[in-house]
Design a protein around this ligand. Structure first.
Ligand SMILES: Cc1cc2nc3c(=O)[nH]c(=O)nc-3n(C[C@H](O)[C@H](O)[C@H](O)COP(=O)(O)OP(=O)(O)OC[C@H]3O[C@@H](n4cnc5c(N)ncnc54)[C@H](O)[C@@H]3O)c2cc1C
Length: 407
């Protein structure tokens, strides 16, 4: 198979970077990129940050100008979902019945907001945020003095809260767990975020779930909580996480479990099909199976699969990292803390890093306004090194450790 036909299902971050990496590496087979959104691939992070706050121009969202795809001979099929994967004839079938033959298919289907099944879910003014269309619709609602209730204190919910405050809204964040961003963050970092949001006028209410949304004439006007509170609301943003888009994979009989299950080569249970990005459940070096929702993961997995299609035989491995911007504070995380039982903190009250260990093993480092430590730890982990709790101590020169590893 000298010049295989590559079909990429999903024209988001991973889909774009896969197509681009194939062409940049000289791949000369056919490349098709299929997306159900009407847009060429775009940057999702600004949707809950500058773009939502109204300070970023729509043009700045594009990953590449339209000419990139024509010049690089990437055939785009936009505004049309993949309806079916026919593994016997090696074709995907689009929603308009068009078949596209593949020699290798890459699923880059991303994730969708977790369905939220409560009374009032369909009222006007109740929105979620995943796509550019969602951001544009939400931005229309955010006006000076409007009352916004954000359901879910995860990173998207908190970024929306910050952008809404910038636009002059009154904002309440409701989080069912006792701390914010509890899936991803240490309690120390979570407490810092809660303080930051409170200082900026956001009402942060933890350990409180929503029981119903109330409306009048089809429009939301209040949120009731399991604690019996009733909050007036002009806009309700549902931000309680995402679920991977697996429907076409599951219907085609591929292994699916919290994502499309792939091996260390990011290949699914069918060797002609790979999966990357938010929709892929892959084996991490720590031995766990994980699914990550980050730009780094989508880009690195896409580039790895491009290399593999070009003949690279190594397994996938990358140091995970993630960032979030809220009220001018930069949060950066490197590593993946599925478990941690010990922390070492270095820095000051406003600029610090939290090193999270499981036993003596470094799991993740969370940096608040401390990009130098974040980058240094990324260098250390990227070079195959690690840190003990003693080495994380304030007195240790991390940059010297990183230089020694690199040298
Ligand atoms: C508002 C927001 C802010 C974010 N901020 C950050 C951040 O600050 N830092 C960070 O690291 N990450 C951030 N993320 C996460 C990051 O954007 C995702 O992890 C990344 O985009 C995943 O890339 P992907 O290609 O796997 O999925 P996506 O970029 O979601 O692309 C998947 C595409 O496939 C399409 N699709 C789904 N089903 C079908 C089908 N059947 N047929 C055709 N197309 C289909 C989807 O509509 C979508 O366009 C943010 C995400 C959001 C929503």
């Amino acid at each position: 198979m000298n010049t295989p036909r590559i079909v990429i299902a999903g024209a988001g971050t991973a889909g774009h970077h896969l197509a681009a990496a194939l062409r940049e590496s000289g791949f000369d087979g056919a490349v098709s990129l299929i997306g159900d959104e009407p847009h060429l691939p775009y940057h999702r992070p600004p949707l809950s940050k500058d773009y939502l706050a109204g300070t970023a121009h729509p043009d700045s969202l594009s990953l590449r100008a339209p000419a990139f795809y024509t010049e690089h001979k990437v055939a785009t099929h936009l505004g049309i979902p993949v309806r079916q994967i026919d593994r016997t004839t090696h074709r995907v079938v689009l929603a308009d019945d068009r078949p596209l033959a593949y020699d290798h298919l890459v699923l880059a289907l991303g994730a969708s907001p977790r369905p939220f099944d409560i009374p009032g879910r369909d009222l006007r003014g109740v929105v979620e945020l995943r796509t550019r269309a969602d951001a544009e619709s939400l931005r229309e609602h955010l006006r000076e003095g409007c009352r916004v209730v954000v359901v879910g204190g995860g990173f998207i919910g908190l970024e929306v809260a910050a952008a809404a405050r910038k636009r002059g809204a009154d904002v309440t964040v409701l989080e069912a767990k006792p701390t914010l961003m509890s899936r991803a963050l240490s309690t120390t970092a979570a407490a810092h975020l809660a303080e930051l949001h409170t200082a900026q006028g956001v009402q942060v209410v933890c350990s409180t779930a929503v029981s119903a949304l109330e409306g009048s004439a089809g429009r939301v006007y209040a949120v009731t909580t399991t604690g019996g509170q009733r909050l007036a609301a002009d806009v309700v943003v549902l931000g309680s996480g995402v679920v991977p888009n697996v429907a076409p994979a599951a219907a085609a009989g591929l292994d699916v479990a919290n994502g499309v299950v792939v091996d260390e080569y990011l290949t699914t249970s069918d060797p002609r099909i790979s999966a990357v990005g938010d929709c892929a459940n892959f084996p991490a070096p720590c031995g766990d199976r994980i699914r990550l929702e980050s730009i780094q993961n989508a880009v690195d997995q896409a580039r790895y699969v491009a290399r593999r299609i070009n003949g690279h035989t190594g397994t996938y491995s990358a140091v995970p990292y993630f960032w979030s911007d809220q009220f001018g504070m930069k949060l950066q995380i490197v590593g993946h803390a599925a478990r941690s039982d010990r922390t070492v903190i270095r820095g000051t009250d406003t600029k610090f890093s939290i090193f999270r260990f499981h036993g003596d093993e470094l799991a993740a480092v969370e940096s608040i306004n401390d990009p130098m430590t974040h980058l240094t730890v990324r260098k250390i982990l990227g070079a195959g090194g690690t840190l003990t709790p003693d080495q994380a101590d304030e007195t240790v020169d991390l940059r010297a450790l990183a230089r020694n590893l690199a040298g």
